[in-house]
Design a protein around this ligand. Structure first.
Ligand code: 2U9
Length: 334
């Protein structure tokens, strides 16, 4: 009887090693484990055996049962993965999951932040809903300054507005920290401009501030000319033209040599070879006084740039509205 059992086991081995389809596997499952299966048969024969034989047969039958169940599980798993393989033609190139894209303004913001981090600046952030105190008073805007009226600023209610520049963040930081300071502030700002190709009521700025003892205009020139060379290439030149801002004295408009024609003159720079890119200046002593800094002891410089405009030049985008309309046909190019 035991050799019959061993014969059944080796037959089972042969049966399972020859299986090539799920249907055949199912047939074997029924053959061995089915209601009228071989195992059931063996179990029923147990009744007619002696105690001695029954113990040996019981062990043999369990081994046969173990063998069949193991082969069944392994066989089904192998068939399943083969089916997968058969179904999936692995030679067909995989479908690339739709990856997102960073927005051009985000790409340029990160690029600029990396440059200024390299120059020792840290990033600061602040509220977009501001109060007049920080958006204007702290920045030496006289009470009757035109940008305080509703034409130039989105007022939510008296004294409360949507910030028209990121400068209030610097004012807040100066109130809570002592020099030395080197901070850059990226962020969204709001001005009630009629949307057109170069104006949008929502746009993005990156401003910077450095305050310490003995900071001079030369440091401003060094930091900005180095930053522009980092951004546009080592042969990039910068030019400072006198200008005026309430929060800086002296103030300057800063031009960089045209990144398209490298300064030789082209339609992009109006044949001038220069592109006006940002504004800057030495922090006005009244701004220091408002923040509680002694203007006799501390000096500092500040600068500001429109990130959207720089990104548009960089990516050849000719209408700022394309940056806000979230048209994926545009955005997925970046
Ligand atoms: C403090 C003191 C001084 C920030 C500055 C500019 C010059 C500037 C414009 C560039 C393009 C705004 O987006 S834009 O239109 N900004 O020209 N911004 S200096 O000066 C500060 C800021 C904060 C406490």
């Amino acid at each position: 009887m035991l050799d019959e059992l061993n014969a059944a086991k080796s037959q089972a081995e042969k049966d399972f090693s020859a299986v090539s389809s799920a249907e055949e596997m199912e047939k074997l499952r029924v053959k061995y484990l089915g209601k009228k299966g071989i195992l059931r048969e063996w179990t029923q024969r147990m009744g007619s055996l002696s105690v001695e034989e029954r113990r040996a047969a019981g062990k043999g039958i369990n081994e046969l049962k173990q063998l069949v169940e193991t082969r069944l599980t392994e066989g089904q798993a192998a068939l399943k993965s083969r089916r997968v393989e058969e179904r999936a033609d692995v030679t067909v190139p995989g479908s690339r999951p739709p990856l997102g894209h960073f927005h051009p303004v985000t790409l340029m913001t990160d690029r600029l932040i990396a440059i200024f981090r390299g120059l020792g600046f840290e990033v600061a952030h602040g509220p977009e809903v501001e109060v007049e105190r920080y958006n204007f008073d702290a920045l030496n805007f006289p009470p009757d300054h035109p940008s305080r009226d509703g034409y130039d600023t989105f007022y939510i209610r008296d004294q409360v507005l949507l910030r028209s520049h990121t400068s209030p963040v610097q004012a807040r930081v100066m109130e809570n920290r002592k020099p030395p300071l080197r901070i850059v502030i990226p962020g969204r700002v709001y001005r009630p401009d009629t949307p057109d190709a170069s104006h949008s009521p929502i746009f993005h700025q990156l401003e910077g501030l450095a305050v310490d003892v003995g900071i001079g205009f030369r440091d401003l020139k060094f930091v900005l000319s180095t930053a522009m060379q980092e951004l546009y290439g080592a042969d990039t030149r910068t030019r400072f033209r006198p200008s005026f801002f309430p929060f800086t004295e002296p103030s300057a408009e800063v031009d960089v040599s045209c990144m398209i024609c490298r300064g030789r003159g082209c339609p992009a720079c109006g044949q001038s070879g220069w592109i006006e890119l940002l504004g800057a200046g030495m922090v006005h002593p009244n701004v220091f006084r408002f923040a509680g800094y002694d203007p006799e002891k501390y000096t500092g410089f500040a600068f500001g740039m429109g990130i959207d405009r720089i990104a548009m030049q960089w990516y050849g985008i000719h209408d700022i509205r394309l940056l806000l309309e979230n048209d994926l046909r545009i955005l997925r190019q970046f």
